[in-house]
Design a protein around this ligand. Structure first.
Ligand SMILES: C[S@@+](CC[C@H](N)C(=O)[O-])C[C@H]1O[C@@H](n2cnc3c(N)ncnc32)[C@H](O)[C@@H]1O
Length: 338
């Protein structure tokens, strides 16, 4: 994969432009070189129209991609090239590894367990990943190696998050998003987080910023773990978290409005009008959108703002792949002064 050599002071704006053009390779890390930055890009003719030097440089993969590559190289002697192509990305949550094993690798389960333990000697459990089910978005897992538990403590962004994967939703891949939002937020803001789960967003934000957060969650198990997570991290938190157990669609209408609302919306639920109605300045709304539908999604948000008598600007950011051409996205909605 090539890299684009741009002057340091232009790096951020060129990066934004590349992202808009879908030419930025988010799997790799940019690299500083004196007064220049090498930005990771996707091979495409359009890149030459930007007027910067294109270099044939292989920039390093982001750590999570690197981890995946490590498993691939450890297994290279045991699995055929064809089998390696079927190897999926996996997650490590605390001391539990979660991996999806497709039918083509059914006969290789023992090798995959061996490979994962070699790459991550601290693992205590390896589980096979099924699908997310129901409104609480709990995954179906089967343990293929190690202790019979799905409870663990995950560390990210300077906080400890206790999870029980058999009872609650948790996605470690959103670590970067949580950090991004924590950096956008300013001390003193009032933040509302419906669909809060075991509080990963709330904890990371409160760790970095002196804010007042109200979080809402319907799953009783997630709510109880979330309360324990507040206690567990109490000394690390600059901000305060109020946690409400209940249905966001019943609780939110009774709440005041907030400077910022963050909606890690469960798939299949439309909470756009609800969350927008509670946002004074910003809404960060997560959803799953086909890439051909991103424009329509953006228009729908603008239309919802108009219905509330508000003007807004919307930036839709692809956060992760979900299915071919379908992405988890975050719409950063800025509401203009009334
Ligand atoms: C996609 S998960 C996000 C959880 C958490 N924010 C995270 O990132 O780990 C959505 C969460 O919304 C919760 N949920 C689903 N329907 C809800 C509702 N009507 N009111 C409040 N929470 C709800 C689920 O239990 C789940 O924890």
């Amino acid at each position: 994969m090539p890299a684009l050599k741009v002057p340091k002071r232009e790096a951020e704006s060129v990066k934004r432009k590349l992202k808009k053009m879908d030419l930025y390779d988010g799997k790799r890390r940019p690299k500083r070189e004196g007064d220049f930055v090498l930005l990771p890009i996707i091979e495409d003719e359009k890149i030459y129209s930007l007027g910067y030097e294109v270099l044939p440089v292989e920039l390093p993969l982001r750590p999570e991609r690197q981890i995946y590559k490590n498993l691939e190289s450890v297994l290279a002697g045991r699995l055929s090239e064809d089998e390696l192509k079927h190897l999926r990305r996996y997650d490590v949550i605390g001391d539990i590894a979660i991996i999806q094993i497709p039918l083509e690798l059914e006969h290789r389960v023992d090798d995959i367990v061996w490979g994962l333990r070699k790459v991550h000697p601290f693992l205590k459990v390896i589980a096979r990943k099924g699908f997310h089910e129901g409104a609480f978005r709990i995954r179906d897992y089967s343990i293929i190696w190690g202790e019979e538990r799905l409870e663990t403590v995950h560390r990210e962004n300077g906080v400890e998050i206790k999870v029980d994967l058999s009872k609650v939703f948790f996605n470690p891949r959103m670590k970067g998003e949580r950090y991004r939002l924590a950096q956008l937020i300013k001390d003193g803001e009032r933040v509302l987080i419906p669909f809060a789960g075991v509080l990963p967003y709330a904890l990371v934000i409160a760790r970095y910023k002196k804010v007042k957060i109200t979080a809402v969650e319907l799953n009783r198990d997630a709510y109880e773990l979330g309360l324990k997570n507040i206690e567990r991290n109490r000394k690390r938190l600059k901000g305060e978290i109020e946690f409400i157990h209940g249905d966001a669609f019943e609780v939110l209408p009774k709440l005041e409005s907030y400077d910022r609302v963050i909606s890690p919306t469960p798939r299949g639920i439309d909470a756009l009008a609800l969350t927008l109605s509670k946002a004074e300045h910003w809404l960060h709304y997560y959803d799953f959108v086909h890439e051909d539908e991103i424009w329509t999604f953006r228009q729908r948000i603008i239309h919802e703002c108009e219905k509330l008598g508000r003007e807004c600007s919307v930036r839709v950011k692809k956060v992760s792949d979900f299915k071919p051409r379908v992405f988890k996205v975050c719409a950063d909605v800025e509401l203009k002064e009334k």
